[in-house]
Design a protein around this ligand. Structure first.
Ligand code: ZN
Length: 199
Protein backbone atom coordinates (compact mmCIF):
# COMPACT_ATOMS: atom_id res chain seq x y z
CA UNK A 1 0.00 0.00 0.00
CA UNK A 2 1.25 3.43 -0.97
CA UNK A 3 -0.04 6.41 0.98
CA UNK A 4 -0.79 9.54 -1.04
CA UNK A 5 -1.69 12.98 0.25
CA UNK A 6 -2.22 15.78 -2.25
CA UNK A 7 -3.34 19.40 -1.73
CA UNK A 8 -4.90 19.77 -5.20
CA UNK A 9 -5.80 17.93 -8.38
CA UNK A 10 -2.75 15.92 -9.41
CA UNK A 11 -1.93 13.70 -12.39
CA UNK A 12 -0.30 10.31 -11.78
CA UNK A 13 0.80 7.41 -13.92
CA UNK A 14 1.06 3.71 -13.31
CA UNK A 15 2.41 0.60 -15.04
CA UNK A 16 -0.02 -1.74 -13.32
CA UNK A 17 -3.60 -2.62 -14.25
CA UNK A 18 -6.02 -2.42 -12.55
CA UNK A 19 -5.57 0.83 -10.68
CA UNK A 20 -6.89 0.24 -7.16
CA UNK A 21 -7.09 3.29 -4.92
CA UNK A 22 -8.99 3.61 -1.66
CA UNK A 23 -9.79 6.77 0.24
CA UNK A 24 -8.79 7.71 3.80
CA UNK A 25 -11.80 5.75 5.11
CA UNK A 26 -10.68 2.60 3.28
CA UNK A 27 -13.56 2.85 0.80
CA UNK A 28 -13.15 2.35 -2.91
CA UNK A 29 -12.10 5.57 -4.57
CA UNK A 30 -10.84 4.58 -7.99
CA UNK A 31 -10.88 1.19 -9.65
CA UNK A 32 -9.88 1.17 -13.27
CA UNK A 33 -8.93 -1.72 -15.49
CA UNK A 34 -6.91 -0.68 -18.50
CA UNK A 35 -5.35 -2.63 -21.37
CA UNK A 36 -1.84 -3.37 -20.20
CA UNK A 37 -1.17 -5.38 -23.40
CA UNK A 38 -1.71 -2.33 -25.59
CA UNK A 39 -0.30 0.42 -23.38
CA UNK A 40 2.83 0.58 -21.26
CA UNK A 41 1.42 3.03 -18.78
CA UNK A 42 -1.78 4.81 -17.83
CA UNK A 43 -2.34 8.41 -16.77
CA UNK A 44 -5.09 9.41 -14.34
CA UNK A 45 -5.99 12.20 -11.94
CA UNK A 46 -6.72 12.35 -8.24
CA UNK A 47 -8.52 15.24 -6.53
CA UNK A 48 -7.25 16.89 -3.35
CA UNK A 49 -7.27 14.33 -0.55
CA UNK A 50 -5.63 11.34 1.13
CA UNK A 51 -5.55 7.95 -0.53
CA UNK A 52 -4.04 4.50 -0.45
CA UNK A 53 -2.93 2.84 -3.67
CA UNK A 54 -2.60 -0.93 -3.81
CA UNK A 55 0.12 -0.70 -6.50
CA UNK A 56 2.84 1.93 -6.94
CA UNK A 57 1.76 5.13 -8.69
CA UNK A 58 3.99 8.01 -9.74
CA UNK A 59 3.64 11.78 -10.10
CA UNK A 60 3.37 12.84 -13.73
CA UNK A 61 4.67 16.04 -15.36
CA UNK A 62 1.55 16.04 -17.50
CA UNK A 63 -1.51 18.00 -16.42
CA UNK A 64 -4.19 15.61 -17.62
CA UNK A 65 -7.40 17.31 -18.74
CA UNK A 66 -10.28 15.09 -19.79
CA UNK A 67 -12.58 16.27 -22.56
CA UNK A 68 -15.68 18.10 -21.37
CA UNK A 69 -18.98 18.64 -23.09
CA UNK A 70 -19.45 22.42 -22.74
CA UNK A 71 -22.05 23.53 -20.21
CA UNK A 72 -25.32 24.84 -21.56
CA UNK A 73 -25.96 28.59 -21.29
CA UNK A 74 -27.58 29.27 -17.88
CA UNK A 75 -31.37 28.94 -17.72
CA UNK A 76 -31.61 31.04 -14.56
CA UNK A 77 -29.48 33.65 -12.85
CA UNK A 78 -29.38 32.50 -9.22
CA UNK A 79 -25.64 31.99 -9.56
CA UNK A 80 -25.24 35.77 -9.93
CA UNK A 81 -27.12 36.47 -6.72
CA UNK A 82 -26.08 33.65 -4.37
CA UNK A 83 -22.90 34.52 -2.50
CA UNK A 84 -22.66 31.58 -0.15
CA UNK A 85 -23.73 27.93 -0.06
CA UNK A 86 -24.32 26.10 3.21
CA UNK A 87 -23.98 22.34 3.01
CA UNK A 88 -25.75 20.39 5.74
CA UNK A 89 -26.23 16.74 6.53
CA UNK A 90 -29.74 15.52 7.31
CA UNK A 91 -32.43 13.06 6.34
CA UNK A 92 -33.34 13.57 2.72
CA UNK A 93 -35.14 10.80 0.83
CA UNK A 94 -34.14 12.56 -2.40
CA UNK A 95 -30.48 12.21 -1.42
CA UNK A 96 -29.84 15.92 -1.85
CA UNK A 97 -31.75 19.13 -2.45
CA UNK A 98 -30.80 22.74 -2.80
CA UNK A 99 -32.92 25.41 -1.19
CA UNK A 100 -32.59 28.66 -3.05
CA UNK A 101 -34.24 31.65 -1.45
CA UNK A 102 -35.56 34.31 -3.74
CA UNK A 103 -34.89 36.90 -1.04
CA UNK A 104 -31.58 35.79 0.48
CA UNK A 105 -28.04 35.82 -0.88
CA UNK A 106 -27.35 32.26 0.22
CA UNK A 107 -28.56 28.78 -0.59
CA UNK A 108 -28.56 25.59 1.48
CA UNK A 109 -27.88 22.09 0.25
CA UNK A 110 -29.20 19.34 2.49
CA UNK A 111 -27.82 15.94 1.69
CA UNK A 112 -28.87 12.64 3.14
CA UNK A 113 -26.41 11.24 5.68
CA UNK A 114 -26.39 7.91 3.79
CA UNK A 115 -24.21 9.69 1.23
CA UNK A 116 -21.40 9.60 3.79
CA UNK A 117 -21.26 5.84 3.22
CA UNK A 118 -20.86 6.28 -0.53
CA UNK A 119 -17.59 6.74 -2.40
CA UNK A 120 -16.49 10.38 -2.45
CA UNK A 121 -17.09 10.57 -6.19
CA UNK A 122 -20.80 9.85 -5.58
CA UNK A 123 -21.21 12.43 -2.83
CA UNK A 124 -19.21 15.12 -4.62
CA UNK A 125 -21.03 14.51 -7.88
CA UNK A 126 -24.41 14.83 -6.18
CA UNK A 127 -23.40 18.03 -4.36
CA UNK A 128 -22.04 19.42 -7.64
CA UNK A 129 -25.34 18.53 -9.33
CA UNK A 130 -27.17 20.58 -6.69
CA UNK A 131 -24.86 23.53 -7.36
CA UNK A 132 -25.86 23.16 -10.99
CA UNK A 133 -29.39 24.18 -9.97
CA UNK A 134 -28.07 27.70 -9.44
CA UNK A 135 -27.74 27.77 -13.24
CA UNK A 136 -30.26 25.26 -14.56
CA UNK A 137 -33.71 23.76 -14.14
CA UNK A 138 -32.97 20.86 -16.48
CA UNK A 139 -31.64 17.85 -14.61
CA UNK A 140 -29.52 16.72 -17.51
CA UNK A 141 -27.76 20.10 -17.67
CA UNK A 142 -27.06 19.87 -13.93
CA UNK A 143 -25.50 16.45 -14.47
CA UNK A 144 -23.31 17.85 -17.22
CA UNK A 145 -22.33 20.80 -15.02
CA UNK A 146 -21.51 18.38 -12.20
CA UNK A 147 -19.45 16.17 -14.46
CA UNK A 148 -17.43 19.13 -15.72
CA UNK A 149 -16.90 20.49 -12.22
CA UNK A 150 -15.80 17.09 -10.90
CA UNK A 151 -13.40 16.62 -13.81
CA UNK A 152 -11.88 19.99 -12.93
CA UNK A 153 -11.53 18.84 -9.32
CA UNK A 154 -9.55 15.80 -10.46
CA UNK A 155 -12.10 13.03 -10.83
CA UNK A 156 -11.80 10.63 -13.75
CA UNK A 157 -14.57 9.93 -16.29
CA UNK A 158 -15.13 6.33 -15.12
CA UNK A 159 -15.78 7.55 -11.56
CA UNK A 160 -18.34 10.04 -12.81
CA UNK A 161 -20.05 7.42 -14.95
CA UNK A 162 -20.52 5.38 -11.79
CA UNK A 163 -21.76 8.44 -9.92
CA UNK A 164 -24.31 9.22 -12.65
CA UNK A 165 -25.50 5.61 -12.55
CA UNK A 166 -25.88 5.83 -8.76
CA UNK A 167 -27.83 9.07 -8.90
CA UNK A 168 -30.12 7.80 -11.69
CA UNK A 169 -30.94 4.73 -9.58
CA UNK A 170 -31.37 6.61 -6.32
CA UNK A 171 -33.03 9.92 -7.10
CA UNK A 172 -36.49 8.41 -6.78
CA UNK A 173 -38.40 11.64 -7.28
CA UNK A 174 -37.01 14.61 -9.08
CA UNK A 175 -40.06 16.80 -8.53
CA UNK A 176 -38.82 17.77 -5.08
CA UNK A 177 -35.23 17.69 -6.06
CA UNK A 178 -34.86 21.40 -6.36
CA UNK A 179 -37.07 23.74 -4.47
CA UNK A 180 -37.32 27.45 -4.79
CA UNK A 181 -38.59 28.95 -1.57
CA UNK A 182 -40.42 32.22 -2.02
CA UNK A 183 -40.59 34.93 0.58
CA UNK A 184 -43.97 33.80 1.85
CA UNK A 185 -42.79 30.30 2.68
CA UNK A 186 -41.60 29.37 6.10
CA UNK A 187 -38.16 27.97 5.63
CA UNK A 188 -38.11 25.24 8.24
CA UNK A 189 -41.72 24.20 7.75
CA UNK A 190 -41.04 23.83 4.08
CA UNK A 191 -38.04 21.66 4.66
CA UNK A 192 -39.85 19.51 7.18
CA UNK A 193 -42.83 18.99 4.94
CA UNK A 194 -41.00 18.54 1.70
CA UNK A 195 -38.02 16.59 2.84
CA UNK A 196 -38.91 15.00 6.16
CA UNK A 197 -35.90 16.79 7.53
CA UNK A 198 -35.13 15.54 11.01
CA UNK A 199 -34.20 18.39 13.28
ZN1 ZN B 1 -31.45 18.00 -9.78
Amino acid sequence: MQKISIPKKTTFYTYVSPIIINDDRGKEFYFYQWDNDRFNYQLFNLPKGKYYSKYPIFLSDVNLEFAKIPNEPPEKDDYLRIKKIYIKEGNNPHKASIYIYSYKPFATIIYDKSLNEQPYYVKDFILAHELGHLYYHTEEYCDRFARNLCLSLGYNPSQLNKAIEYSLNNFTDTSNHRIIISKSDNYFTSIKTAQNYGR
